[in-house]
Design a protein around this ligand. Structure first.
Ligand code: PSU
Ligand code: MN
Length: 304
């Protein structure tokens, strides 16, 4: 086992018993949602995964270790600490070697999940190619991670703060399959449709598991995006989210927000501008993804 990994008792027991395990990220807790909804969401999502027959493993960097599975007070710490660093691939050695508190992004969570032998990871939305990337070069490290790290990522698509078409082109170039669940369309996080199609529609966990295992058994390393649309009853009106997204993007530009601060800035402005309604949608879609991811992890476990 890797020297930096530290498993919670629940995850250690699951590993020993060969149970299905689902990884969860922590940037969504520290930088994606406000307190106390963030911590409550994290707890409820973990319980949904248990109810689905798998064991949740929320990942964060604490005390110089990659913690896989967090105790109640560790979730609370991440949800309340303003100094929790947003940790992507390039930040991981710094946070570990300097003993800082780190919340892992999709990219860093994938790296840690792979080290821990976890194949399925549930989140809300992945990073992508930002609008205007042709001048800013702002392309999330999540996409390069999907190109090289063998973990299936269940998400509700990508937010329209990004250039969704360019994000899908980038994934195609790097050979990352984009699977959709229950519809052909690739979802746009707050809404069910982005106007783009996923590559393959695979509705059942059994089919998704067979696809993923076939990819890896061919020696094709890298991730898979399993995109699961927000339930219709919880989706936001498209015209409202489009208007608010445009305003948040304009504010980010006017205030000169750059680098790793762009995504958290846009998320928090969208939440404020919708008076919290986007937060309810955000929580609902993560829970929906947890059900999907638990079923996928169980299916992967029973067929390998
Ligand atoms: N997109 C969301 N919610 C999030 C994130 C992205 O809808 O919470 C977080 C994830 O942790 C993701 C990270 O990995 O932001 C991407 O940040 P960046 O765009 O700086 O790579
Ligand atoms: Mn970026």
């Amino acid at each position: 086992m890797h020297q930096y990994l530290l498993f919670s008792p629940e995850v250690a027991a699951a590993r020993a018993a060969g149970k299905a395990i689902v990884a969860l990220e922590s940037t969504i807790i520290s930088h994606g949602m406000p307190y106390p909804q963030n911590v409550q969401m994290a707890r409820e999502v973990e319980q949904i995964i248990r109810d689905g027959g798998a064991v949740p493993a929320t990942i964060a960097i604490i005390g110089g270790k990659i913690c896989v599975g967090l105790a109640e007070e560790q979730l609370e710490l991440l949800g309340t600490s303003p100094d929790a660093m947003k940790v992507s691939r390039r930040d991981l050695p710094y946070v570990l070697a300097q003993n800082k508190l780190g919340a892992t992004t999709v990219a860093a969570t994938m790296i840690c999940a792979e080290l821990a032998g976890i194949q399925v990871f549930v989140t809300g939305g992945i990073g992508g190619v930002h609008r205007g990337a042709e001048t800013s070069f702002d392309i999330s490290a999540d996409l390069q991670e999907l190109a090289q790290t063998s973990v299936a990522v269940v998400c509700a698509g990508v937010k329209s703060i990004l250039d969704i078409g360019l994000t899908l082109e980038y994934l195609e170039t790097f050979g990352v399959p984009v699977v959709s669940v229950g519809q052909r369309g690739f979802p746009a996080f707050f809404t069910r449709e982005s106007g783009f199609n996923a590559d393959f529609q695979l509705d059942t966990a059994t089919e998704q598991a067979a696809f993923i295992q076939t990819k890896w058994s061919l020696g094709l390393k890298g991730g898979i995006v399993v995109s699961n649309p927000v339930p219709a009853a919880e989706a936001m009106p498209k015209e409202e989210i489009d208007r608010i997204t445009a305003q948040a993007l304009q504010e980010a530009d006017a205030q000169g927000v750059t680098g790793k601060n762009v995504t958290p800035f846009l998320l928090s402005r969208i939440k404020a501008l919708t008076e919290g309604r986007s937060l309810a949608t955000n929580i609902a879609l993560v829970k929906n993804n947890a059900r999907c991811g638990a079923a996928l992890a169980v299916a992967m476990q029973s067929t390998h």
